[in-house]
Design a protein around this ligand. Structure first.
Ligand code: 5U1
Length: 678
């Protein structure tokens, strides 16, 4: 009795495989990676092996290749074109070698030919009296498609064989493929013309060779590489390797990587070498083919209905697999950049297990339109980081929605800045966001910023990891005792570092602005800003429009400065720096609470008997801030003659108003206080 689930699963697998066969062989547009197809196929084969009663003649397992394209004529192969048995891992290769040695115990050494398995389309070329008369695809292994018209356009396929010692009838078998660079050029051209592009070089080769119009194939960068032969009265050489050299002598291209290797160890070494060199080759390969060299022994071993027993393809780990997006998360980098990262159902790809893949930035996320629940093709070639190649749109769940760009930093909750025209979105709280701590402090202490000598990257890492430093102002709270307790930090070094930190308090406004690490604000922009604004307070209150009036500052940088300085976390962190004692020659106005007018904001209006700038400077030297606009936070409005609308506004908000005499009295009191304090 065959369980119902088995029957159903077999029917489902067959339907799925037929669908994918059609996309692959007929449309040259596969939906799923080869590895996924192989998995479906292997599952069907295993079920049929367990329940042979279920095998039907029309099961996909019962034929070798793909469906023919009816418009191309069909060709019956004189000798079937078999496929190769696969060894997915080293034990399977060792098993192949063991079988050969068991069959021929006296054979020592066992020689194998080794060559790359090209990822292209298998074809058979028939030469009669040295002239190419027919080219056919493998098709189902017995009947293929006639592609003679296109094969004739491939420059590496000789229309007439060289030399004169060729057999009267020779069927050469090999692979038509496309080199990577040619494939990329072709796709770029197709894209430019608005035509459908190919998923990979193999599909491009197949799609090109199976064109009806040979003028199209002629324009495609196709190549041919021979790996064997079909009909051949009597091989003129005793070994595969020597026969391949013969093919080469007749003008047929063979792999420049073809070698003769000795035993299992020779196979292993060759495989390891090609694994390493794979990414440097200009054509795609998906494994290495080993063949018993002795042709007489090949004939003695024969073939199953699918593959010869004397050859094996040791496959590379799949570079493209299919998986499902479980979530899309946003990582905040050292510079505050938000990177979308797809969390995936873990899969093996390129020999490693992968559970996450970066989507790099929001443009890429939008372009690829990856959504939670999507089935995607994941690629990892060589040592390259895994990448989501594309979404399999046919498998998108109906409820999947496009991913929204977060407006708040996932680490600290601050606003995300994503100015128009920018590719990268960033957390705006650079001085405060935990994700950015190390980078912020490294930049703050760097030579062109506050130049804290002795505070290197490793030490910063340690101070942050210990939780001693979370923002730049914390540096000024460190003590010599604390530092001296650190591993590999002597008392002397600790004292030197504390002295360097203390020295850094005395700086310039432009260095401080640069040290804040505002995006787009390098030394030059910092200098422009320091020149334009009398103090940090003015800069902090400046509107984007004011910033844009400075030559050299455009709308994007202006928005970045404004966004940074408007962030309450950044403002508080800057206040803490000032409170820690950071100062510069013109910064007396920003001295913290120790000054008598610290924390008080003044607005000046109307005409005074002294220049307004002088009054402003005096107030700032006592710790006050002088701004242009009145709010409830304003402590005093200083009103000269013809005060205008600010006076009315001050009154309506309940802000105290001082005339010049009142101001002088207040300054007198403050100076007295200041003297008394100082
Ligand atoms: N390199 C290589 N690829 N390939 C594919 N050799 C090779 N041999 C094959 C196939 C199908 O079949 C042999 C049995 C001739």
């Amino acid at each position: 009795m065959i369980p119902d689930e088995v029957r159903q699963r077999v029917a489902q697998l067959r339907a799925e495989i037929r669908y994918h066969d059609h996309r692959y062989y007929v449309l040259d547009d596969p939906e799923i990676p080869d590895a996924e197809y192989d998995r479906l196929f292997a599952e069907l084969k295993a079920l049929e092996a367990a329940y042979p009663e279920l095998i039907t003649a029309d099961s996909p397992t019962q034929r070798v290749g793909g469906e023919p394209r009816p418009e191309l004529g069909s060709v019956r192969h004189a000798i079937p074109m078999l496929s190769l048995d696969n060894a997915m891992d080293d034990p399977a290769l060792a098993e192949f070698d063991r079988r050969i040695r068991t069959a021929f115990p006296a054979l020592d050494p066992v020689l194998y030919t080794a060559e790359p398995k090209l990822d292209g389309l298998a074809v058979s070329l028939r030469y009669e009296q040295g002239v190419l008369v027919l080219a056919a695809t493998r098709g189902d292994g017995t009947v293929g498609e006639d592609v003679t018209h296109n094969a004739r356009t491939i420059p590496s396929i000789p229309l007439r064989l060289l030399g004169g010692d060729w057999p009267e009838i020779l069927e050469v078998r090999g692979e038509v493929y496309m080199i990577r660079s040619g494939f990329e050029r072709l796709n770029a051209e197709l894209e430019r013309r608005g035509e459908r592009i190919f998923a990979n070089p193999r599909n491009a080769a197949a799609g090109s060779l199976r064109q009806l119009d040979p003028r199209i194939a002629a324009q495609r960068p196709l190549r041919f590489c021979a790996y064997g032969w079909g009909e051949l009265a009597a091989p003129p050489e005793p070994g595969q390797f020597a026969m391949m050299q013969r093919l080469a002598s007749w003008g047929l291209p063979i792999s420049p990587e073809l070698r003769l290797v000795e035993g299992l160890e020779g196979c292993r070494a060759y495989f390891a070498e090609l694994v390493n060199r794979r990414s440097t080759l200009d054509y795609e390969i998906d494994g290495v083919v080993f063949k018993l060299d002795r042709i007489d022994l090949q004939q003695a071993l024969g073939a199953t209905s699918h593959h010869p027993r004397w050859a094996i393809a040791r496959k590379f780990p799949a570079q493209e697999v299919m998986t499902v997006v479980v979530a899309i998360e946003f990582q905040v980098g050292r510079t505050g950049a938000l990177t979308p990262v797809a969390r995936l159902q873990p899969v093996q790809v390129g020999g490693v297990t992968v559970a996450r893949a970066s989507l790099h930035n929001f443009d890429e996320l939008k372009r690829k339109d990856v959504r939670v629940g999507d089935t995607v093709i994941l690629r990892r070639a060589g040592e390259v980081i895994p990448e989501i190649v594309r979404v399999i749109s046919e498998r998108r769940p109906p409820a999947a929605r496009p991913v929204e760009i977060p407006t708040r930093c996932p680490v600290c909750g601050s606003d995300v800045l994503y100015p128009p025209g920018e590719v990268i979105a960033r957390c705006g709280a650079g001085l405060w966001c935990p994700a950015q701590r190390k980078e912020t402090i490294r930049h703050f202490a760097s030579r062109r910023a506050l130049d804290i000598q002795g505070l290197g990257e490793k030490l910063i890492d340690r101070l942050v990891d210990l939780g001693w430093v979370r923002e730049p102002a914390d540096l000024y709270q460190l003590t010599r005792e604390q530092l001296a307790g650190l591993e590999r930090m002597g008392d002397k070094s600790a004292a030197n570092l504390i002295a360097a930190i203390a020295r850094s308090k005395e700086t310039s406004l432009e260095r401080l602005i640069y040290a804040l690490g505002i995006r787009g604000v390098g030394e030059t922009t910092a200098r422009l800003l320091a020149k334009r604004f009398a103090g940090l307070a003015e800069l902090m209150d400046a509107e984007a429009e004011t910033l844009m009036q400075i030559e050299g500052i455009g709308p994007i940088v202006a928005a970045q400065i404004k966004g940074f300085l408007a962030d309450p976390h950044n403002r508080a962190a800057i206040d803490r720096l000032i409170a820690a004692g950071i100062h510069w020659p013109e910064s007396r106005a920003l001295q913290p609470a120790s000054l008598p007018l610290a924390g008080k904001t003044f607005v000046i209006t109307g005409t005074l008997s002294r220049p307004r700038a002088a009054v402003k400077a005096k107030l700032e030297s006592l710790g006050a801030r002088v701004t242009d606009s009145i709010s409830r936070q304003t402590a005093y409005l200083v009103a000269g003659a013809s005060p205008g609308s600010k006076l009315a506004k001050a009154k309506s908000l309940g802000v105290r108003v001082l005339d010049e005499a009142g101001l002088e009295a207040l300054i007198g009191r403050a100076t007295g206080l200041s003297k008394a304090d100082g």
